[in-house]
Design a protein around this ligand. Structure first.
Ligand SMILES: [Cu+2]
Length: 122
């Protein structure tokens, strides 16, 4: 269901992006969102550590089409053209490795830590 998945990913991004803009100043108590970019055939930052429940957004700023594809198939973007975004919310602690299915040498890692107590400890 490639089309269906892409549609839900876009919907999630709309929600996530809107929330990010609205709540941007309120993130001091915890990372509820993380933003990565894809540029020059690389994910940047290449490795990111976030708390469980964090929504990660990748934006393709390259001129090439790329994907964000989990090696364990937990998440998989559609091919992202320049300017496209992909959003995924990580709810379970663990290490998530991913790559670009079009350029497999492009790799990245999301490390998801257990959430801290309410309020968190920076
Ligand atoms: Cu690529």
């Amino acid at each position: 269901m490639r089309i269906g998945f892409a549609h839900s990913a876009v919907a999630a991004c709309l929600l996530g992006c809107a929330a990010g803009v609205t709540l941007g100043a309120a993130f001091a108590d915890g990372d509820a969102a993380a933003v990565l970019k894809i540029d020059n055939f690389a994910f940047m930052p290449k490795s990111v550590t976030v708390k469980a429940g964090t929504t990660v957004t990748w934006t393709n700023q390259d001129d090439e089409t790329h994907t964000v594809t989990s090696i364990t198939k937990e998440f998989k973007s559609k091919p992202l053209s320049a300017g496209d975004k992909f959003t995924y919310t990580f709810t379970t602690p663990g290490t998530y490795k991913y790559f670009c299915s079009l350029h497999p040498f492009m790799t990245g890692t999301i490390v998801v830590e257990a959430p801290t107590g309410a309020g968190g400890t920076p």
